[in-house]
Design a protein around this ligand. Structure first.
Ligand code: XIL
Length: 380
């Protein structure tokens, strides 16, 4: 078994080396997109690239790794074809950009930004302030004790200012604060995520500060509060109160990001009620991390095959979701999938693939893609 593993990795390593050697010697492939035969369905319907399909409504984005943001790869070609916006799945997070205090690692983030610029895509920055994927030195001293407010604030300010300033001309919107609210609390008693080291050091005031630092570094950037489970009453009311408080205090916040890690049985009414509620705040709304795993619940047995049942569920759910999003396109200024196609998603587990997107594992349109296309066309 060990040997087999070694052999497989050997083959993969060999292919990677062979491929990269080829790509350094040869000029980059011509990425002009030919009419894609595989996109044509039996009924003769040709897939319209997502960014064209939605061009009258909102930019369509994908979260990516730096390796995917490369025109010499299938992912790069799919990005160029379908998406008008891009987000770093991980490499703009604090632990990626500044793992060690004072030493920034820009390479991956720069690659993504460069790719976006060469392809006329918008860049959403994700994320400046989060309890997760953040290096310990931002919270603790060498003995493991929480930092003082003064030191932690100075470090947060330095991080946000450096990152936002670097990408001032390139990143048009930032998730300034991610997931600051307590997640499961139907009675709404616990408002903030109190186990976040940010909260332990500052209380909620770090949220205000983060927005101010980001705004000072780039007064033109659109600044977002981003969270998940945001369509449930117990969470959306907290988001509403937070954004309202920030706005009442003249803190520069321009939008709310609904992550959109939804389910195939997500309730239409929950989405509509949430959008109606946030409309009243006078902020932009973006769906920032859309993905829709095929399962009805976490206990449904996993599969590695995309079945007709999964396809049916996704057709219904994605059509409903995009129908609602089009209804609110006056306040929705972006929709980003948390990946490109079903080959790469943070939701996959061994033996249990999530198949959460409109493009399949080969980055070709799935039947659900055509269903969404039909819906959008009927709305034009
Ligand atoms: C996820 C990435 O997709 C994973 O690769 C990583 O291991 C963990 O983070 N909410 C967020 C995103 O705001 O940053 C998370 O991204 C998914 C949940």
């Amino acid at each position: 078994m060990k040997n087999l593993k070694f052999n497989i990795w050997g083959i993969i390593a060999f292919s990677v080396i062979a491929f990269s050697c080829g790509s350094t010697e040869d000029p980059l492939p011509d990425v002009k997109i030919p009419e894609d035969k595989e996109d044509i369905k039996d009924e003769g319907v040709v897939a319209i690239p997502l960014k064209e399909l939605f061009k009258d409504f909102f930019p369509i984005g994908a979260a990516v790794t730096p390796q995917q943001a490369d025109p010499g790869t299938n992912h790069g070609v799919a990005l160029q074809k379908h998406f008008s916006s891009i987000t770093a799945e991980n490499v703009m997070k604090p632990d990626a950009l500044q793992r060690n205090k004072g030493f920034y690692t820009w390479e991956g983030a720069d690659r993504i930004v460069q790719f976006a610029k060469s392809n006329n895509m918008k860049v959403r920055g994700h994320t400046l302030t989060w309890h997760s994927q953040t290096p310990d030195w931002m919270f603790y001293d060498q003995d493991g004790a929480l930092l003082s407010k003064e030191i932690a604030m100075e470090q947060l300010k330095e991080h946000i200012t450096t990152v936002v300033t670097r990408y001032k001309d390139d990143v048009y919107a930032w998730d300034v604060v991610n997931e600051a609210l307590f997640d499961w609390d139907p009675n709404g008693v616990i408002v903030y995520r109190e186990d976040s080291p940010w909260y332990k050091i500052f209380g909620e005031s770090y949220i205000d500060s983060a927005f101010v630092f980001a705004h000072r570094a780039d007064p033109n950037a659109k600044l977002f509060y981003n969270d998940y489970n945001s369509i449930f009453s117990w969470k959306r009311n907290k988001i509403y109160d937070l954004v309202k408080r920030l706005k009442d205090n003249n803190i520069p916040i321009h939008g709310v990001g609904l992550q959109g890690h939804w389910m195939v049985e997500t309730s239409e009414q929950d989405i509509r009620t949430t959008l109606d509620l946030f409309r009243g705040l006078g902020v932009e709304i973006q769906i920032t991390e859309l993905d829709l795993p095929v399962y009805l619940s976490n206990t449904e047995p996993g599969s590695t095959v995309y079945t007709d049942t999964f396809s049916f569920r996704q057709k219904q759910a994605y059509s409903m979701i995009f129908n609602v999003l089009l209804d609110y396109s006056d306040i929705i200024t972006g929709v980003t999938f948390w990946g490109i196609g079903d080959d790469h998603t943070w939701l996959d587990q061994p033996g249990r693939k999530a198949f959460p997107f409109l493009l399949d594992e080969e980055l070709k349109p799935k039947p659900v893609y055509f269903e969404v296309q039909k819906l959008v066309q009927s709305r034009q």
